[in-house]
Design a protein around this ligand. Structure first.
Ligand SMILES: [Mg+2]
Length: 373
């Protein structure tokens, strides 16, 4: 089997609720999605997605994703889509870095190889764990009262895990406002619930320490991505009383090994387009599991195709180390594909159809913006 043709599609995904806010005054109104369709000489095809979280989240942006794919796609034509490690090396040779560009192509090839094996992707990459995967809510920065209400709404839908965005600038309220957001969101905490306070790298160690000093003792919260740099994270870690989960800082396998070697975190957020596709997600979950890190399996954002990839990886991740998966579908209003995995009681289960189990909506995708053959 050989890769015969690669089609690239572009779709705008409007933000659910109109706007999403992160630390540092960052606002998002729409996400620019890149969808790859890889077609083989035997007629099998696979789908993959890479949707950066705007252009101010990590060093990735949508125009760069498609420019990167233009460098990568020609190198893959004529190769067996099931030889994932070889394809990964080919992409490393064709373009340094730019894991977001590799992602859509890598995922589409895994969709093909799972379909060729007649297996759902989760069974193809290690085996399905029993039960549904816990899905986490995503509560954008807002007033403490509004965030508490959003947690309550997700609780009513059965969610046990909540990701609350913090990181108010000093002029917006600083450490006091961030501490208030955390306290309000945890005020009605129910048994079995857990909370990530995600700063998306927006805090200095000084800010983080002042914020933590304003929280009551024994508050059960994990601090996610407090600082933007390794130096700041190391400094905070040595003086921090709550567990730390790293996200943006950990992109490559080398990043993860560095975090483990310096004991900088208790968990890691693995995101398909941030790490670069299914191939590096598998490598990094083995490394993380070997170090006893809990894993939050996510993507930066994305459509049903991104969520399908997340859910299959999460479904096959060791359950005792799986913190949660993120339902990217809830973050946007566009419907790009059918994917039969509803969230029920705060959890979702990967379907048993071969591959990712997605059926793209060709009308929503429109004409390809690039074709490689
Ligand atoms: Mg995060």
């Amino acid at each position: 089997m050989k890769i015969a043709r690669i089609e690239i599609y572009q779709v705008d995904l409007p933000v659910a609720g109109g706007v999403y806010r992160l630390s540092g005054g960052r606002e998002y109104h729409t996400y620019d999605a890149t969808i790859a369709r890889v077609i083989t000489d035997e007629g099998l095809e696979g789908w993959g997605e890479s949707t950066p979280f705007g252009s101010t989240y990590i060093a990735a942006h949508a125009a760069g994703t498609r420019a990167g794919i233009a460098q990568l796609a020609p190198a893959l034509i004529g190769h067996d889509p099931r030889h994932h490690d070889q394809l990964w090396e080919l992409m490393c040779t064709a373009l340094t870095g730019h894991r977001d560009a590799r992602c859509a192509l890598d995922v589409a090839c895994w969709d093909i190889s799972a379909k060729a094996a007649g297996q759902a992707l989760c069974d193809h990459i290690g085996g399905r764990n029993a039960g549904s995967v816990p899905v986490i809510s995503s509560i954008g920065s807002d007033t403490p009262e509004a965030m508490r209400a959003k947690v309550a709404a997700h609780r009513a839908e059965g969610f046990l895990g909540h990701s609350i965005k913090i990181g108010a600038l000093e002029a917006e309220g600083g450490p006091a406002l961030n501490a208030e957001r955390i306290k309000e969101c945890l005020a009605d905490r129910q048994p079995g619930e857990w909370f990530l306070a995600d700063a998306n790298g927006g805090l200095s160690p000084e800010h983080a320490l002042r914020m933590l000093s304003l929280l009551p003792d024994g508050l059960d919260v994990v601090l996610e991505a407090p600082c933007a740099t390794w130096r700041e994270t190391q400094s905070l870690r040595a003086r921090c009383s709550v567990p730390i989960l790293l996200d943006e800082l950990v992109q490559s396998e080398a990043d993860l090994i560095h975090a483990i070697s310096q004991d900088l975190c208790d968990g890691v957020g693995l995101k398909t387009s941030k790490q670069g596709g299914v191939t590096p997600m598998i490598r990094q979950r083995i490394i993380a599991a070997s170090a006893g890190l809990v894993m939050s399996v996510q993507d930066t954002v994305g459509s049903e195709i991104a969520f399908a990839t997340i859910l299959h990886i999460a479904q096959s991740t060791p359950r005792h180390l799986l913190r949660c998966a993120l339902d990217t579908r809830a973050m946007t209003t566009a419907r790009v594909a059918c994917f039969d995995a509803p969230v029920k009681n705060g959890g979702a289960t990967a379907p048993r159809a071969p591959g990712l189990g997605v059926s793209p909506n060709m009308e929503a995708l429109g004409a390809p913006v690039a074709v490689y053959d």
